[in-house]
Design a protein around this ligand. Sequence first.
Ligand SMILES: [Zn+2]
Length: 113
Amino acid sequence: MHELALSQGIIDVIREQAAVQGFTRVKTVRLVIGTLSHVEPEAIEFGFDAVSRGTIAEGATLAIERPPGEAFCLSCEKPVPLAERFDPCPDCGGHQLVVTGGEELRVKELEVE
Ligand SMILES: [Zn+2]
């Protein structure tokens, strides 16, 4: 149900933007879902489909970007790619990592008419 709540949150963002910008129809919703965010894009699509019915976002296409995980390794003192949250550093094998990217979940842009 996590994704359903998130989908509802996306609709809330769209409603707020519609009130501010005065658009009446949303064609595309560009979402950023980081690969470390533990959110399934398919589940968001499914949830969005359900909660958007009867709203100005009904029938809108979801365009989902999946930025990869990124961390800063304190041992290597440099940024490294991170496939999974608790993976070791790909360079030194250490766990002194600070996650710096890939956890985001946000509405990046709305294409409206
Ligand atoms: Zn390292």
